[in-house]
Design a protein around this ligand. Structure first.
Ligand code: SAM
Length: 277
């Protein structure tokens, strides 16, 4: 047991190499105390390549300069935790404040555009799609884009196949019955809801001006992984994709503090909304 532990421990120079690698590939900052995270998340790649340890993986990564392997390692270090209707008060605000206003504003075009940036396995985008379906907007032209750095999670999102444990998290039973059907141990989301959302691989650090304009952007639980410079750059890009008055919704631990030139901070109950200027 002890031999195994010593064998797999990441050497300090390799740890620094991995930190820099993940930062340059995806922008994620991993502090000095995340050995366990690197070891556990890189273990499947180490095994798949028939290597002995994460140290061997570093040697390979360094020597081969292989873009696919470089991407695979960075992707493995992303945190993909998500669930249906996460932060319910945000969905409630969309339903009760945002939608009534937009129904009125867009009476002529009947078109609405949404973006779930950092969509992971799709629960955020699909929650929005289900909410909109409940609001009888069938005759409207609704476009929901879900994007993520990781193609692996987006493949799952596109399939719309969720495990029992995933539908148990945040999804009201009425919506489970209405939009999902059981297939073996999993739950398949209906084509009707899946068709409302399209998924694309996009690195948030790249220019995003061509994606907009959006009426509402979710960028939740991803900024926490970036440094201030990256955050600021991404917020500026997101601002550029939003219509004037469009909403940006962030995760509970995130804020657009210091970015008042781009976003007005509006508080609804205990919820903070960032409205594009
Ligand atoms: C914790 S999940 C958040 C999912 C969802 N927004 C939510 O709040 O439930 C964070 C996601 O951000 C993605 N991500 C991390 N860095 C990224 C980057 N540079 N560009 C795009 N997506 C990134 C990860 O792949 C991961 O799926």
């Amino acid at each position: 047991m002890e031999t195994q532990r010593i064998k797999t421990e990441i050497l300090p120079e390799n740890y620094r190499f991995l930190q820099q690698h993940v930062y340059s590939q995806v922008g994620i900052v991993l502090e000095d105390n995340k050995h366990y995270l690197f070891e556990s998340r890189l273990a499947p790649i180490v095994k798949q390549l028939g290597l002995d340890s994460a140290n061997d993986l570093c040697t390979l990564l360094y020597a081969r300069r292989n873009a696919d392997l470089a991407h695979l390692v960075a992707e493995a270090m992303t945190t993909n935790e998500t669930y249906f209707f996460r932060d319910p008060s945000q969905y409630e605000a969309i339903r009760t404040v945002w939608l009534p206003k937009l129904r009125e504003d867009r009476r002529a075009t009947r078109a609405l555009r949404f973006w779930s940036a950092a969509a992971s396995t799709g629960q955020e985008a699909y929650s929005l799609a289900m909410l909109l379906m409940e609001e009888q907007l069938e005759s409207w032209n609704i476009d929901i884009l879900g994007t993520d750095f990781s193609e692996k999670v987006l493949e799952r999102a596109r399939a719309g196949l969720f495990q029992q444990i995933e539908v148990n998290r945040g999804l009201p039973a009425s919506l489970l019955v209405k939009h999902f059907r059981r297939t073996g141990l999993d739950w398949q989301l209906s084509d009707e809801v899946r068709r409302m959302v399209r998924f694309e691989t996009i690195d948030l650090r790249k220019s995003m001006s061509a994606l907009g304009p959006f009426d509402l952007v979710f960028c939740r639980n991803v900024m926490i992984y970036f440094d201030n410079e990256t955050k600021r750059k991404i917020m500026k890009e997101i601002h550029g994709t939003l219509t004037k008055g469009g909403w940006l919704l962030l995760g509970g631990a995130e804020s657009a503090f210091g970015l008042e030139a781009w976003f007005e901070r509006v508080v609804v109950g205990n919820l903070t909304i960032y409205v594009a200027r």
